[in-house]
Ligand binder design. Structure first.
Ligand code: FAD
Length: 245
């Protein structure tokens, strides 16, 4: 009975890689088809399991970066050079290959299109993945909830989905995109700097608007940013965080 209460979520499924795409020089988009996939909410992730011929097995989590689309979804994987799993996913796995995964996982770090509160999204590096699912779902559902994305990257080459974000922001006045460069900025942009209070105070929805805030990225980044939101008067219960470890 207890098992029937969590249909499919904890079941390992076979996922077949349908296509891949270079998101940046060091990140790859992987589109999977997963027969029996129950669907996901934007913000949720999957657990991926790789098993070697000798039975050795490793697991990692990856956020879904696409809007719900039947039994198909995209993961956006940053290659960690000395990593065990991400180089395999980025460089070895080819269309037609199969891996195991389970999910969708997570019920807190999700955006629901029915929620009319304005949304601030803050991403550090590959932390854009679940926020991209929210941006894409908002568009797919024709939602008019105003979104503001503040995205911290090292250099212009590290911006995930740069063309798509530019296009969406140009075509949709309800989506504001502000990029902060921490190491090297493009010509004409402000000097590189770390994301801090001044930027969040200027570009995020003020606390008075009771926005939903989603922060995702490396642990230190997420902690710094969420502390600033609380210092700016946001209700901590409305500041949702996802740490990539
Ligand atoms: C809920 C959740 C969602 C996630 N979603 C994504 C996602 O959408 N895209 C994505 O690319 N990753 C995501 N991650 C991170 C992912 O699970 C792995 O940790 C990452 O791919 C590294 O795994 P690896 O096996 O390649 O490296 P490991 O073998 O685990 O680590 C190798 C070395 O790299 C360091 N390291 C580990 N992770 C990182 C990192 N992220 N950045 C820099 N150095 C690191 C380790 O400290 C270690 O020194 C997510 C993590 C969580 C918990």
């Amino acid at each position: 009975m207890a098992r029937a209460a969590v249909p499919g979520r904890l079941t390992w499924r076979v996922a077949e890689l349908a296509s891949t795409d270079d998101i940046t020089k060091s990140a790859r988009g992987l589109v999977f088809d997963v027969p029996g996939w129950p669907g996901h909410l934007p913000g949720q992730h999957v657990d991926v399991r790789l098993t070697a011929e000798d039975g050795y097995s490793v697991q990692r989590s990856y956020s879904i970066s696409s809007a719900p689309d039947g039994e198909r979804f995209e993961l956006s994987v940053q290659r960690v050079e000395d990593g065990e799993v991400s180089p395999y996913l980025c460089d070895v796995l080819s269309p037609g290959d199969q891996i195991e995964l389970r999910g969708p996982v997570g019920g807190w770090f999700v955006w629901r299109a029915a929620d009319q509160a304005p949304v601030t999204l803050v991403a550090g590096g590959s932390g854009i993945a679940p926020l991209m699912a929210m941006i894409r779902t908002r568009a797919a559902e024709g939602s008019r909830v105003p979104f503001r994305l503040i995205y911290s990257v090292r250099t212009p080459d590290d911006v995930y989905y740069a063309d798509e974000l530019r296009r969406r922001a140009r075509e949709d006045s309800g989506l504001d995109v502000h990029i902060v460069y921490t190491r090297q900025a493009p010509e004409g942009a402000p000097e590189p700097k770390r994301l801090g209070l001044a930027t969040l105070n200027t570009h995020a929805w003020p606390a008075d608007f009771t926005p939903n805030v989603f922060v995702c990225g490396p642990t230190g980044f997420v902690e710094t940013v969420s502390d600033i939101f609380v210092a700016l008067g946001h209700d901590p219960r409305r500041v949702r965080t996802e740490r990539f470890g």
